[in-house]
Structures are given as C-alpha cells and as structure tokens.
Design a protein around this ligand. Structure first.
Ligand SMILES: CCCCCCC[C@@H](O)CC(=O)SCCNC(=O)CCNC(=O)[C@H](O)C(C)(C)COP(=O)(O)OP(=O)(O)OC[C@H]1O[C@@H](n2cnc3c(N)ncnc32)[C@H](O)[C@@H]1OP(=O)(O)O
Length: 347
C-alpha cells in the first residue's frame, strides 16, 4: 500500500489523485444515485446516457446528475505548506526574473544573508491546499478548462502553515450539450485556530459534459469593466517553460505539459495554466497599485476568456476607482483577450 492521501497532504504533497476531474466517468456511481432517487420517488424513467430522471405527472424535470454534482461536499481536508511552496509559487508566476529587483526578491528569497522577511503572493491561496475540492465530479477531463476564479482574502497568508480546507459545490449551470456545464464550487481555508484565511470560488467549464437537464439557472453577471480608456497598461513576459515550473505547484494536468494531450483537447500546443495567468494578473496589480504590499489585497477575481501560451507577453489594462482595480489582459501578438471582467479590491 502506498502513502495515504491524508498523510501526503499533511506533508504538503498533493494526494495521488491530484488531477481530480476523473478520466473515467464512473457510471456505477451515477446510477447508484439514480437508484436511490428511484427508491425514494417511486416511478420515473431513466434516460440512459446521462441518467436523467424525469418525474411523471407534469413538466418538472429532475436531473440525477445535477443532484449528484450539487451535493458534493468535503469538509476538514488537512494540508500543510512551508516557505518552499510559497517561493516555488512566486517563481511559478514569474516573479524574480530580474535577480536584482528587490521588490520581487522579497517573494522568492527568504533572506538568509540580507535580512529580508519573505512575502507571500496573495494568490498563493489557490495552491496552498492543492488537491482539495468538493469531491469527484466524473467529468470528461480532456475538455475541462478553468472558467473563473474569485478569491477573498480574510487575512495575509503565513509563510508556513497547517491549514484546513472545507469545499462544497455552490451551483451547476448546464449550458446544453454543445456548450458544456459550468460548476461553481467554494473552498474555505482556515488556520489552526479555525480562523478563515481565504475563500476561493472556482468555476470549472466542462465543455464535454453539458445537456443533462436540471434547473434553468443564469450565472451571476461578471464584474463590469469601465468604458473609459485604461488608466495604466503594463506588459508581463511569460517564459517558454513557465507552465513546466508552475505545474510543480500542484496542477499536473497534462494539458499544460504534454503536446499530444493538448492536441486532443483542441489546442495546437500545451497552454498555460489559467491559475498561472491569474497569479500573473495579481503580480500586475501588486506592482502597479499595491506597492508590492501583499497584505493590501481583499479580493482578486478573473474570468479566463482564452488560453495563454507559455512564452507569450501578457498585456494588462488596469482601471482604478477608489479601492477597486478593474483589469483585462490580452496577448497582442495574437489579438486575443485572455482575461476578462477582472477585479481586485484593495484595503
Ligand atoms: C478548480 C477548477 C479547475 C478545473 C480543472 C481545470 C484544470 C486546469 O489545469 C485547466 C486550465 O487551467 S485551462 C486554462 C485556463 N482556461 C482557459 O484557457 C479557458 C479560456 N476560455 C475559453 O476557452 C472559453 O471562454 C470558454 C470555453 C470557457 C467559454 O467559451 P464559449 O462557450 O464560447 O462561451 P460563450 O459563448 O461566450 O458563453 C457561454 C456561456 O458561458 C458563460 N461563460 C463564458 N465564459 C466563461 C468562463 N470563462 N467561465 C464561466 N462562464 C463563462 C457565459 O456567460 C455564457 O453564459 P450564458 O449562456 O448564461 O449567457
């Protein structure tokens, strides 16, 4: 028997099933849910492909798949990290590329010679409990992309910690067979005293799994970008090997490192992790409006509208209105917007 998941997590290592979208959907599990639903509700009929349960008498359509996803919850997942993970994440989002830049060194060097207290990038919260989540979603993982991320920072993250992650699915938006399904889920990170460190809301866009029925829900409107010209524009260069470094922070999805897998998913080559681009936009706000003060961040939100390829330059447009920074990001060389509806709240 190998090392157990809980033990690996305590040692700051992602559990073995660290890419959790599930390569092999488990029909057994879905059908068990249907059987339970059937035994409770009596009559009904099962739609074989998606195990959709249609109740007789009226047009109420209940989807067992919807119920299965909506019910996922995983409370009390234990993790630990050290300054090693903190610095690796900072390198993973490209900080420290200029070894003479003291502002960036503060995130990638613990100051064993020149006293320099290590700072933690706020969006490190996204990998601090990598592998946590509400449970197995049984999605076609080749077709899953990260859709949106919204992190609320309750207090600055320590440079090393034992933390607990409580995860649950918030909502499931079935966009239809041709579009896919958006699953919104939340993870709350707490320190050993039980105080909240960060609340992460993630939306995964599963392009191959829509059309199973369920309530007709509309996603909340994303943050609106001001209509005026940007107040500031900055360029952030990514390295050709950026995804190969970033994946060591936890997300080993082959979409970011294996050309054959990327082709299967419809991309000409491996794409950068959405969460790496997310961290890069956090860098952009840190350097432009926060004077590299990580403790100033209250919230950071972004929607991934198109992938970035490692090695590309990300151009970020920023708008400041009081404590709210709005942002978008483009890859000018391809003429695409890669981040939309971005918002940071500083305090
Ligand atoms: C914890 C989570 C982790 C999950 C596992 C992921 C592991 C990671 O390793 C994977 C990654 O990092 S992938 C890289 C980052 N993500 C991307 O590059 C995605 C880029 N975006 C796209 O491809 C499309 O916008 C796409 C496909 C997202 C949408 O394109 P379209 O279908 O053309 O969208 P559109 O027609 O404009 O809109 C349809 C409805 O969907 C809503 N929507 C659009 N973009 C969204 C997005 N990014 N996130 C969430 N919802 C989104 C729209 O509002 C619209 O809704 P409605 O039908 O209600 O009007």
């Amino acid at each position: 028997m190998g090392e157990g998941g809980a033990k690996r997590r305590m040692r700051g290592i992602a559990p073995r099933k660290d890419f959790r979208c599930g390569a092999n959907p488990s029909p057994k599990r879905v059908c068990r849910t249907v059987l339970v639903a059937l035994s409770h509700k009596g009559r009904g009929h099962i739609n074989e492909r998606r195990c959709s349960l249609r109740m007789p008498g009226g047009n109420q359509k209940m989807s067992a798949r919807y119920e299965e996803l909506k019910g996922l919850k995983n409370i009390g997942q234990k993790y630990a990290y050290t300054d090693r993970e903190v610095m690796l994440y900072a390198c993973g989002i490209g900080l420290g590329a200029d070894p003479m830049d003291e502002n960036e060194l503060a995130f990638v060097n613990e100051g064993t010679f020149t006293p320099r207290p290590l700072k933690v990038v706020p969006t490190f919260a996204s990998v601090a409990a990598w592998g946590s989540g509400p449970g197995e979603m049984n999605l076609n993982r080749v077709m899953v992309v990260d859709g949106e991320r919204d992190i609320t920072f309750h207090q600055p993250l320590p440079v090393a910690a034992h933390i607990t992650a409580d995860s649950s699915v918030l909502e499931v938006y079935d966009k239809g067979k041709d579009k896919g399904v958006v699953i919104s889920h939340q993870t709350v990170l707490k320190n050993e005293k039980g105080e909240k460190l960060a609340t992460l809301v993630a939306s995964r866009f599963a392009r191959g799994d829509g059309g199973f029925g369920g309530p007709n829900l509309t996603q909340p409107d994303p943050h609106k970008i001001p209509a005026r010209a940007p107040d500031k524009t900055i360029d952030i260069v990514t390295r050709p090997d950026q995804a190969l470094v970033y994946r060591l922070c936890g997300d080993r999805n082959p979409l970011h490192s294996d050309p054959e897998f990327a082709k299967k998913a419809g991309f000409p080559r491996p794409i950068l992790h959405g969460m790496c681009t997310y961290g890069i936009t956090c860098r952009g706000v840190l350097q432009t409006y926060a004077d590299y003060d990580a403790s100033a961040f209250r919230q950071h939100v972004a929607r991934f509208s198109s992938p970035v390829y490692p090695g590309e330059t990300v151009t970020m447009d920023l708008w400041k209105d009081g404590n709210t920074i709005s942002f978008e990001a483009k890859v000018k060389s391809r003429g695409v917007t890669v981040i939309k509806n971005g918002k940071t709240v500083l305090g």
